[in-house]
Design a protein around this ligand. Structure first.
Ligand code: LMR
Length: 390
């Protein structure tokens, strides 16, 4: 039986981690998978998380099962940061999920159970979005996310929503668009909220980078606007980046229903999907986040650490933008894009040459992780870029 299975290619993005690790060159530059790095190139555990973990070790008296919804203290502690006061909280509930991926998977599975047939999504997108939609067995419909001028393509989204039917969902990146770094502006979000409500489609908002764009509040603008305008919505949330908990798999899924009475049935379906998929989410990282958010000094420390990360990425973006033109590549848009990622218009051959000749590792889409650049390697990166593209 098992011989019926054909060999599958490794996930291209995750394969880069191994390729980079195996490269013996000390000058190699990792701009692949999305992890934050300090100016020294490290991805340390947040000091606030370390503090919470110490507390957890001292105070946690049991590791007995919690249930498919995980740590509800964690789920509720995040709510004010994500939703502010934009939503009637009696219509919104959540559950913990294994990372943002778990949150997206729960949302798409739940959408299918509810009768959604197609998912609309701007492309390019995080490659796993399409994989999850395919794994769940829904049809993917795409529209262009970025105009040739480098702005978010609102007209393409408008056209998609005109074509969409009541059986459809639309997946939108809340902030720090992955892979392009091109976000909808607040004015565009105002329009999107109205358009999504008029189209009657089910919005799925993926908020995986809150705090890494322009700030915790600003990065929630789109999510809050859409939620205030529509009767129902789903939200996938990740703490991978904004709490640095990547491998601990800390995320959440939230649903907003038409009225409070509809919420228990939706969440019971979420719990059933979780039970049959992973039974319960891993506890440790979510418990650490909860402890950070329950303690004012740890919260302040965490927000401070986030500010430092954002400021460093802004510096890198400014330096990249200041490079102006590198051959045909205009670097200036990178200065006003948001989050960990931006895309460079490079061919497959140029991306391979960057890796083989210069030890620069980046996704095959041309996506670079801005945080992989430091004062120590950015000039070498720009020179390598000039060599292959100039
Ligand atoms: C990325 O896009 O690099 C991250 O979101 C990591 C992942 O799971 O793909």
């Amino acid at each position: 039986m098992l011989e019926n299975l054909a060999q599958q290619p490794a996930d291209a993005l995750l394969a880069l981690i191994k390729l980079h690790n195996a490269d013996p060159r000390s000058t190699k530059i990792d701009l692949g998978v999305g992890v934050y790095r300090t100016g020294q190139g490290d991805t340390p555990v947040f000091a606030a998380i370390k503090g919470a973990e110490r507390k957890l070790v001292d105070t946690q008296d049991s590791k007995a099962y919690l249930g498919p919804e995980g740590d509800m203290g964690f789920v509720h502690a995040l709510k004010p940061y994500i939703f502010g006061n934009a939503v009637d909280m009696s219509r919104l509930e959540g559950m913990q999920a294994p990372g943002g991926t778990g949150g997206v998977r729960l949302a798409i599975d739940l959408a299918k159970r509810a009768g959604v047939k197609r998912v609309w999504m701007g492309t390019p997108s995080w490659p796993n979005h399409a994989q999850i939609v395919a794994a769940v067995g829904l049809e993917l419909k795409t529209f262009r996310h970025v105009t040739p001028e480098g702005t978010a393509d609102l007209d393409a989204l408008k056209a998609a929503l005109t074509e969409a039917t009541a059986d459809d969902a639309v997946l939108l990146h809340g902030c720090c668009h992955n892979p392009s770094g091109v976000d909808y502006t607040p004015a565009q979000w105002d329009e999107i909220a109205t358009l999504v409500a008029q189209a009657g489609v089910l919005p799925l908002l993926d908020l995986a980078y809150q705090g890494l764009g322009t700030g915790m509040e600003d990065d929630a603008y789109g999510v809050r606007k859409v939620l205030a305008a529509v009767p129902e919505a789903m939200i996938a949330y990740s703490c991978d980046k904004n709490f640095g908990l990547y491998r601990d798999r800390v995320g959440a899924f939230y649903a907003m229903t038409r009225d409070a009475d509809g919420l228990p049935a939706v969440m019971s379906n979420g719990a059933a999907i979780a039970r049959a998929s992973w039974s319960m989410p891993p506890d440790h990282g979510a418990a650490a986040v909860r402890l950070v958010l329950e303690d004012a000094s740890l919260t302040a420390q965490w927000l401070d650490e986030l500010d430092t990360m954002r400021a460093r990425m802004r510096q890198v973006r400014d330096k990249l933008a200041a490079a102006g033109r590198i051959g045909p590549i205009d670097m200036t848009p990178l200065g006003h894009q948001h989050g960990l990622f931006s895309m460079l218009p490079l061919s497959g051959e140029q991306i391979l040459a960057l890796r083989e000749k210069h030890g620069v590792y980046m996704a095959g889409s041309g996506r670079i992780n801005i945080a992989g650049l430091t004062a120590g390697n950015i000039d070498a990166f720009l020179a390598a870029l000039a060599d292959v593209a100039g």
